[in-house]
Every structure is written in C-alpha cells, then in structure tokens.
Design a protein around this ligand. Structure first.
Ligand SMILES: [Zn+2]
Length: 196
C-alpha cells in the first residue's frame, strides 16, 4: 500500500477502499476538521447520517461505532479514534454558504465542490451530495437545541482509523471554513490506506 499522503489545505481527494482495508485520516498540525463521504463503487448506495443516528443511537460516534448507508448496510467501522469528537449534523460547506453567512464575493474553496470533484475522480456521480461525516469537527448542542462550534480537539498527529465494510469510493476534504477550525487559517490533512 502507499504511504501517507497529504491533502493540501482547502482541497479534497478521492480514493477507493476495498472491503477489509483501513483508512487512517490524520490531522498533521492539529485543530483541523474535514469531511468524509463514502459511496458504493457504482454510486447507488451512500453514507447516511440519518441511518447512522438510527442504528448507533447517538449523534457523537467513536471507536466501535459504524457509519451506515442509506440502504441500511454498514459502510465503515471506526476502529481507532484518538480525537473522539466528530459531527454528522452539518451539510458540507458550499459556495452559497460562504456568500450568505460571510459575504464572500467570488469563488471560495468549499467542501461540497471538493467532495464532488473527488467522487467524480473515482467514478461516482455524487448528486445529491449527502451530509458528510465531519471528522474532528466539534459541535455542541446547547440548551434549546442551539448549535455551538468549538475548535476541533485534534492535536498534531491525531488520527481516526476506519475499516471498510464494503468496497467503497471515498472522498475527503480538508475543510476551508475557519469557523469549523477554531478561527485559524485552514490547514492540511493527511491519510494512509492499510491492508485488511
Ligand atoms: Zn467545509
């Protein structure tokens, strides 16, 4: 298998993972969140946050928990988690979001476009893009259901390891939203694939 690969700040990558193989996603500098989406290789089945809430019974998943598909099949199992906080509530950031919430004019890198490009690079047409697994993203649910961002708790070198439960097309995006990353300049991520 190839060694560790870098995902430059604000960019994405697509890859294929065979059943039983493992994917380790690393935060090299600390405090950086990212988005992960998993599809079946033919694109007919996709990660579902809603089904994951159904079967895991919680909004915060960690070691031993499973990410489920829209067809109620296990896609990925979290087998090691050095961070322990991930979000599945928020949709991927989009250009429209940067325009509406932050007044951005012109283009702004965003996870939606990164994930779509990454999925197409491995042969999957992603639309409509599901809600991702937002690893290391730290969202607290406050009184009344209000959502509050906190900085990602990942320290430099921390990682999460996921095992594929079916053959998968995977997209990763190093999120360019500073709000999701403690207000700091968005940083890179890294990943490596390991044999099953
Ligand atoms: Zn994002």
């Amino acid at each position: 298998m190839s060694g560790q690969q870098t995902i430059a700040a604000g960019t994405g990558v697509g890859l294929r993972l065979k059943r039983g193989e493992q994917l380790r996603v690393i935060d090299p500098e600390g405090g950086q969140s990212g988005d992960l989406l998993a599809f079946s290789l033919d694109g007919s089945e996709r990660f579902s946050n809603g089904r994951t809430f159904d079967y895991d019974g919680k909004i915060y998943v960690s070691t031993g928990d499973v990410l489920w598909s829209n067809l109620s099949n296990p896609m990925l199992t979290i087998i090691c988690d050095e961070v322990g906080r991930h979000d599945m509530l928020y949709a991927a950031c989009t250009l429209e979001m940067y325009r509406i919430q932050y007044g951005v004019t012109g283009y702004h890198a965003n996870c939606h476009d990164n994930l779509c490009t990454a999925l197409r690079s491995v042969g999957v047409e992603p639309h409509p893009l599901p809600t991702p697994f937002n690893f290391f993203m730290n969202v607290e649910v406050a009184a009344g259901g209000r959502l509050v961002f906190a900085p990602p708790p990942s320290r430099a070198g921390d990682s999460i390891v996921l095992r594929a439960e079916m053959d998968l097309a995977i997209a990763l995006s190093a999120c360019p939203a500073s709000t999701c990353n403690g207000g700091k300049t968005p940083g890179p991520l890294a990943y490596e694939m390991m044999g099953g």
